[in-house]
Design a protein. Structure first.
Length: 717
């Protein structure tokens, strides 16, 4: 037995906050997002990476489920480990995309950058010398102690662009310059040849092959080399190389980021420090590196204090980034006094074989005359937060967010757009927020005024350690083009293949087909118009969308049906109509109206062209009694072909017109009950559209609107 169509529902109370929240969830699901986040690979911070990803995805209304969260963590951990193992300069790239009403798709890839490639990328980024124009003051002071310069060869390990090697050669020292970055090696060789300096350039890993290092070096320097080491084993190689190539009494000088007493670096600090060209070591690890080798510690100085005091006037700082780097502030976003690490100059003298004095960690700190020798206590949680802030500053992001043009949702949209960047701690000043809000509001309003189907596109870019740049532009979409685009995506299922059951249920009331005409307003592809014509009615079909009008006319011509197609706006077609009509049909039309004034025009048009006793059948989304719609709900409804009306608006639109309500049925219930079983639902989207749940993330029984079949009869008088 067929169930009875649901009558107009009784009034019920709806919590405004519940309805508003449900609407916002649907809006977020209708956004389209795409972008990429590139972050330095630090495996020990996998949970922080997961939080960043989660924030980006949740901002688009597509938060991870518990299962997805665990899967994402496993993938992140794998890619982080893969990238970091390949090179400390590597990154992971997280690409994500979600079309409107589609789930999020993302891809995590590792981007491995060898150390030499990372340095070569620096070339051309500035006209200033990459590492400064002057040799290191500490190196220069040691060279002065070597005796006759021509008899005091120097080995410059990691010579860079040659600022130490070339300067020492100009003073008469024979210099072997070791540099693994080919471009840097070429620059040194070219300059040495130009000046005819005694500089031999070695471009290889001398830890593996030291065959060319055949002079009795009086000085081996490794300036800014240890910050690229990956652990104690490479520090040990440095000492072993020095022990092999230095003459007795020769000096090994290098700088190293050294933890202060009382600080034991955690794994994340060690990994991230390598990303920042600031590999972190403890005093005990330096001792381990020098263990059993013929060296005695000569000095331990702060690089900051020494270079600042001894470089020539005007040469401090050597580069804009130098001060923060040597003070450990590239790793920790802290005040200098709170930073647990800094770059130190360590000088060792080579002693007679087996005659080296034992070096211990206390000796290292004992020679550090410029720092408090007492062990300090550090808050590990605060240090981790300071490190994560720096990590976020080294992230690079770019992408776009496509939002439906709903001006009343300006504030939630702003929050959606800035939320990911707040996670990266790139916040905005009050003036920036005000300026951005004003621009966003203007674009939203202009887009919505042009068409309720329009979108707003927010494109953003935030390079590493740089401010966010963004643009907000309107993407106008006319009603006709929106329908044509929809048709291209789903040509066979746009409105369903069956005519509306409620339309066919009126046949017994329409009288003889040969004596009665039908007007189908917004006929679409003609599923109702063609069926009524097959049953003998002469049909005037009005359709705004050119593609639909063309297809409808073609179908009618093929079947030789009495269907006259008018490619017009329904409010601009009256001059071409052939009243009186027995039936005026407006199925799926009122959802595209912009206000209740258009509904009034529809009723007035129907009253003018209907024959006495004729019928107007329209489908309209109607608000439940007790629901007081907000402006945002009306605008959002227009985005979705579902502008809805209150009962009061329906009554006002009818006032004074010769139309009487003859039927009021739930479209969902009527069509489900009367359509053939194989034809329900007409399209996959229909149940949500008819129940209003495509506007609100609610169950049908809690939706504040629904699609109703409203039947009106033209009075005889």
């Amino acid at each position: 037995m067929a169930k009875k169509p649901r009558k107009a529902p009784r009034a019920r109370r709806l919590a405004p906050s519940l309805v508003h929240g449900a609407m916002l969830r649907r809006v977020l699901q209708r956004t389209a997002v795409a972008g990429i986040v590139k972050i330095p690979a630090v495996p020990a911070l996998v949970d922080e990476y997961l939080a960043i990803c989660s924030a980006f995805f949740a901002a688009s209304g597509r938060a991870f489920s518990a299962g997805e969260l665990e899967e994402a963590r496993d993938t992140l951990a794998q890619k982080l480990n893969e990238a970091f193992a390949g090179s400390p300069r590597s990154k992971i790239a997280i690409k994500f995309q979600a079309l409107a009403a589609r789930p999020l798709a993302y891809e995590i890839a590792s981007e491995i950058t060898p150390l030499s490639d990372a340095y070569e990328k620096w070339i051309g980024t500035t006209d200033a010398p990459l590492f400064g124009a002057h040799p290191d003051a500490r190196v220069w002071a040691l060279a002065r102690e070597l005796g006759p310069r021509t008899e005091s060869p120097v080995l410059d390990l990691g010579a860079g662009t040659g600022r130490n090697a070339l300067a020492l050669a100009r003073e008469g020292h024979p210099v072997d310059a070791v540099e693994i970055t080919p471009k840097f090696a070429e620059l040194i060789a070219a300059e040495a040849q130009k000046e005819q300096l005694d500089v031999r350039v070695v471009c290889r890993d001398v830890f593996r092959d030291r065959s060319e290092l055949d002079r009795p070096y009086r000085l081996m320097l490794a300036s800014e080399v240890a910050p690229d080491f990956r652990g104690v084993s490479e520090l040990r190689q440095l000492f072993e190389l020095a022990a092999a190539v230095l003459a007795e009494g020769g000096y090994l000088v290098f700088n190293i980021h050294l933890a202060v007493q009382g600080y034991t670096p955690e794994k994340s600090a060690r990994e991230f420090s390598q990303q920042c060209y600031s590999a972190l070591f403890t005093a005990s690890e330096v001792v381990e590196g020098a263990s059993s080798l013929p060296f005695e510690l000569v000095s331990n100085d702060s690089v900051y204090d020494y270079e600042r005091a001894h470089l020539p006037e005007g040469a401090w700082p050597p580069t804009p980034w130098y001060e923060n780097w040597i003070r450990g502030l590239d790793v920790y976003e802290l005040e200098q006094s709170e930073c647990p690490v800094e770059l130190r100059w360590l000088v060792f003298r080579k002693t007679a074989a087996n005659g080296g004095a034992r070096v211990d960690s206390q000796a290292l700190f004992g020679l550090a005359h410029d720092q408090d020798k007492r062990a300090r206590r550090f808050d590990s949680g605060a240090l981790r937060q300071a490190l994560v802030r720096r990590l976020k500053g080294r992230a690079a992001v770019a992408g776009s967010i496509t939002l439906p043009a709903v001006p009343a949702l300006l504030d939630p949209f702003l929050e959606l757009c800035v939320a990911p960047f707040r996670v990266l701690e790139r916040d905005f000043s009050a003036s920036e927020v005000a300026q951005g809000r004003q621009h966003f509001q203007q674009v939203l309003s202009e887009a919505f005024a042009g068409s309720p189907r329009s979108n707003v596109i927010v494109e953003y870019e935030a390079p590493m350690s740089a401010d966010l740049k963004y643009t907000v532009t309107a993407d106008p979409v006319s009603l006709a083009s929106a329908y044509e685009e929809w048709f291209e995506r789903a040509p066979d299922g746009l409105f369903g293949s069956q005519p509306d059951a409620r339309v066919l249920s009126l046949e017994s009331e329409l009288g003889l087909p040969s004596e009665n005409r039908v007007l189908d307003l917004g006929a679409g592809l003609g599923r109702n118009a063609l069926e009524l014509a097959r049953r003998g009615y002469a049909v005037d079909a009005v359709e705004l969308t050119p593609k639909f009008a063309e297809l409808l006319a073609g179908a009618a011509a093929r079947e030789k049906l009495d269907v006259r197609v008018l490619e017009r706006d329904l409010f601009q077609c009256e001059r071409e109509l052939r009243p009186p009509y027995r039936l005026v049909l407006a199925s799926g039309v009122t959802g595209d109206f912009r206000d209740s004034a258009a509904l009034r025009e529809l009723f007035a048009l129907a009253a003018r062209v209907l024959a006495p006793g004729g019928l107007l059948l329209l489908s309209a989304h109607v608000a439940l009694e007790g629901y007081a719609p907000e402006l945002a709900a009306s605008e959002w409804a227009q985005q979705n072909s579902a502008l809805f009306f209150t009962r009061g608006e329906l009554a006002n639109a009818l006032a004074g017109l010769p139309l009487e309500l003859a039927g009021d049925d739930s479209a969902f219930d009527f069509e489900e009950t009367h359509l053939p079983e194989s034809a329900w639902p007409p399209t996959p989207e229909y149940p949500e559209w008819a129940s209003g749940t495509h506007l609100y993330a609610l169950e049908r029984e809690h939706s504040p609107i629904e699609l109703r079949w409203l039947l009106y009869r033209r009075s005889v008088s």
